[in-house]
Design a protein around this ligand. Structure first.
Ligand SMILES: [Zn+2]
Length: 417
């Protein structure tokens, strides 16, 4: 708190002559009604606000005391960015003016993702590391405009950072999600549902690291979907405002993204149709052709840990060798799968999700119960006859009570003509 007093004395007074002069003299708290939402996102009852204040050294009250955006920027700098950097210097490439503007304008919800200058809010895309050059250019522009107009309310849209460069390998994704978690954790504590989800995603990624580490298409498949779903979570949470009464009544927004964690853990994350292009990394070379299956050959080795959308799911002994576990499928199923692959010249089966949809099954559990599987038994293994050896689900050599007739129907319905 002492630090805060010192800081307060150093806040520049330029704002009094700015366009925000109106608000400078008013007694309205800087955060207005937003403070209730902040409590709600942090799952903190107002009576328990000490918890939140202890967590980030009274960051929110400090922000709330600001008279205008110029004060607020200073508070974000000294009371948020600096302590975060002391904890984790790697955040240097994420803690820039763009993020600062998101905080002082309370633009936490990702928005406008199809545009050239999307609003990234506090979603994962905001934490894709930027190049020093890009950050400095934006800051210089911002400073120039402000100096020229003596106006701190200048349309920030004009000088926003452009689209982020999406990482291509799993390590890049880990860093982005980790930075996103650290910053949201600072602001909303580890009680926040979004922080919870980010941490669970990281854990699942680390758990399945061996499957994802060498996956050539990680960024275009699992990675893109992961960022998209985490962005949806941020949209959902930060798009929900909470009133004082709702807060007192304990009506708080929450997130339910268990499917995402399970999808990462089991390497069967499905691809959303509505995903904007923003989430897909730019191809590095012409060698990567997303729509064309790569030629058979030594590249199969790299694709062994493959996602649900890709090859290597042959029901007979798989080509991927020691990376897979397989079982002998009942004859009817084996015949269906191998003939489909032969006739369609494909090694790539539809995803479990596609099969589920074709059979009008609501979720994995419905499919499991139809096939008479235990909850812990791997569906891919049961239905396709093979899975990755590091999949965390059960792969029993004999699945007792397996409903092969139902499985055949599911396969028949789900295999496209
Ligand atoms: Zn499995």
């Amino acid at each position: 708190m002492n630090q805060w007093k010192v800081l307060h004395a150093t806040i520049p007074k330029i704002h009094q002559t700015t366009a925000e002069g109106n608000t400078a003299d008013s007694k309205t708290p800087f955060m207005g009604m937003k403070q209730f939402s902040v409590f709600a996102w942090a799952k903190t009852h107002p009576k328990d606000k000490r918890f939140l204040n202890d967590w980030n050294n009274h960051f929110w009250p400090k922000l709330n005391n600001c008279k205008n955006k110029s004060d607020a920027r200073h508070v974000v700098d000294t009371e948020m960015f600096q302590p975060l950097l002391r904890r984790n210097p790697k955040l240097i490439n994420c803690l820039h003016d763009d993020l600062k503007e998101a905080i002082v304008t309370f633009s936490f919800k990702p928005n406008n993702l199809q545009s050239d200058k999307p609003t990234l809010g506090l979603g994962p895309l905001a934490f894709v590391p930027r190049e020093r050059k890009e950050i400095e250019m934006m800051s210089q522009q911002l400073a120039l405009i402000e100096a020229a107009t003596n106006n701190y309310t200048t349309d920030h849209e004009k000088v926003k950072l452009g689209r982020p460069k999406i990482p291509t390998n799993v390590d890049g994704y880990n860093s982005v999600i980790e930075a996103c978690k650290d910053v949201n954790d600072f602001l909303f504590t580890d009680r926040c549902d979004f922080v919870f989800l980010l941490r669970a995603s990281l854990l699942a990624l680390y758990e399945n690291y061996h499957a994802y580490e060498h996956m050539e298409y990680f960024g275009r498949t699992i990675g893109a979907e992961l960022l998209f779903q985490l962005t949806r979570a941020a949209e959902q949470l930060f798009g929900t405002a909470t009133s004082e009464q709702q807060l007192l009544d304990g009506i708080l927004p929450s997130l339910d993204f268990d499917f995402l964690i399970n999808g990462i853990r089991n390497n069967n994350l499905n691809t959303s149709q509505s995903r904007p292009a923003l989430f897909i990394p730019a191809p590095k070379t012409a060698r990567i052709q997303p729509q064309t299956p790569s030629p058979r050959g030594d590249r199969n080795r790299d694709r062994g840990g493959g996602g649900n959308n890709r090859g290597g799911n042959t029901p007979s002994p798989p080509k991927t060798g020691n990376n897979s576990v397989s079982r002998k499928l009942p004859d009817g199923m084996h015949k269906l799968l191998s003939e489909w692959k032969k006739n369609n010249n494909k090694s790539r089966l539809p995803s479990i999700h596609d099969f589920r949809t074709a059979s009008a099954l609501a979720d994995d559990e419905a499919l499991q119960s139809l096939l008479n599987l235990n909850k812990s038994t791997c569906i891919r293994y049961a239905l396709f006859g093979s899975c990755r050896s590091n999949c965390k689900r059960d792969h029993p050599s004999d699945i007792t009570g397996f409903n092969a007739t139902a499985a055949e129907t599911v396969l028949r319905k789900g295999l496209p003509e």
